[in-house]
Design a protein around this ligand. Structure first.
Ligand SMILES: *[C@@H]1O[C@H](CO)[C@@H](O)[C@H](O)[C@H]1NC(C)=O
Ligand SMILES: *[C@@H]1O[C@H](CO)[C@@H](O)[C@H](O)[C@H]1NC(C)=O
Length: 374
């Protein structure tokens, strides 16, 4: 290192002595004074031009390297970026991390995380744990993208998972425990729909899963091959195509195609027609809209026998893929019951095959209120 710098300085020094214009000690200059005068004038002119060029260059370099946010107000910048509010470095980072996490068929598992749910020994730990104790679910963690809604959630994610991405939202802090149906909760939910729309636009299929959903088995064998949009239910009424099923947006499997892209755009736009409603309520309001038939979207509701929750548990341990801490109010209550749920599962996995049918859930205990939750 040091010797290299030394040799560069030496080269510079020799160049300086060769070309130094201000020395005035050259023999030619002393021979003809008018020629000398012309020479000095040209030198002066070149020097001035050089200073201008250097200034211009410095300005260009400074401008290009600085974050554009520092030069223009955010609103100005946003009006020149894509409508979904991504800055181009964020979009590049999203592309990079999607490429790494996606399966060969460009499917990625996505969850969103804020500080309150990411704290150590919290929902996020239980979520990751379920993949590890589930039956052949650990491999699926290689395809999980954790979307952090604040910097602390991002830091916490990086401690235990390789694919973490921060979704920025101008002027909104999602770090606290967003109480059901508060203004921040609604914004968080709609930001999520907007983000998932972007994922579809980028050509990726996804399973979206809330972090309070425990994964016990690979869900792919239970999906409908011909559906565009599949969604879990708080209450399942026995027919996967029945629009009377009560869907829960906490678990969806969506293929990226022109129908789903149009549908997500329509869903997100519909928030303006129903102010104060969250994505799930709006979905229930638009699910019979003729626009969805025009789009040709194939919707399927997933059976709670496989994709259960505290509202309607999967009764058969031999079938359950996922269990959601829905119908539950309060973070502490969720954590309490989810810990018991994981213990039930561990017990089931450690038993011999003969005893599998005897297993039942010890939960909900603190959860299980008859109110649909996300
Ligand atoms: C786990 O999965 C394997 C392979 O699909 C299967 O043979 C085994 O019975 C499963 N175990 C449980 C507890 O479901
Ligand atoms: C099976 O269940 C019976 C009674 O519930 C219990 O005594 C036995 O230890 C169980 N066997 C295994 C291998 O878990």
């Amino acid at each position: 290192m040091d010797s290299e710098i030394g040799s560069i300085n030496k080269i510079k020094d020799t160049e300086k002595t060769k070309t130094d214009p201000g020395g005035g000690g050259s023999q030619k200059d002393q021979q003809n004074s008018s020629q000398h005068h012309n020479h000095r004038f040209v030198h002066q002119f070149l020097k001035t031009m050089l200073v201008f060029a250097a200034l211009a260059l410095a300005f260009i370099v400074l401008y290009r390297s600085a974050d554009r946010f520092q030069f223009f107000p955010t609103s100005f910048y946003n009006s020149f970026s894509s409508s979904d509010g991504f800055s181009s470095p964020d979009l590049q980072e999203l592309k990079r991390v999607l490429k790494k996490a996606a399966m060969v068929d460009k499917t990625v598992i996505i969850t969103t995380l804020n500080e309150a749910w990411a704290a150590s020994n919290s929902i996020f730990d239980l979520f990751l744990n379920s993949f590890k104790i589930g039956n052949q679910t650990e491999e699926l963690l290689n395809h999980l993208l954790v979307v952090a809604l604040d910097q602390k959630a991002h830091a916490q994610c990086l401690k235990s998972h390789p694919y973490c991405y921060t979704l920025r939202t101008d002027g909104i802090d999602f770090s606290g425990e967003a109480y059901f149906m508060t203004a921040d909760y609604l914004k968080m939910m709609w930001r999520r729909i907007e983000f998932l729309q972007t994922i579809l636009e980028m050509g990726y299929n996804f399973i979206f899963t809330d972090t309070d959903i425990m994964w016990f088995r690979d869900p792919f064998p239970q999906f409908y091959p011909d559906a565009d949009f599949q969604i879990a239910c708080d209450y399942y009424r026995g027919n996967p195509s029945n629009l009377n099923n009560a869907p829960n947006g906490g678990f969806t499997y969506v293929k990226s195609n022109s129908k789903t892209k149009q549908f997500y755009r329509f869903w997100h736009e519909s928030r303006n027609l129903y102010p104060g409603n969250h994505d799930q309520d709006v979905l229930n309001k638009i699910k019979r809209d003729p626009r969805i038939q025009q789009i040709g979207l194939q919707i399927k509701f997933l059976d709670t026998a496989y994709f259960g929750g505290f509202c309607q548990p999967s009764k058969d341990f031999n079938l359950v893929c996922t269990m959601h801490a829905n119908c539950c109010v309060g973070l502490a209550n969720k954590v309490h019951d989810l810990i018991l749920m994981l213990e039930d599962w561990r017990k089931y996995m450690s038993q011999s095959e003969m005893n599998w049918s005897k297993q039942s859930w010890s939960v909900p205990q603190h959860c299980g209120y008859a109110v649909p939750d996300s």
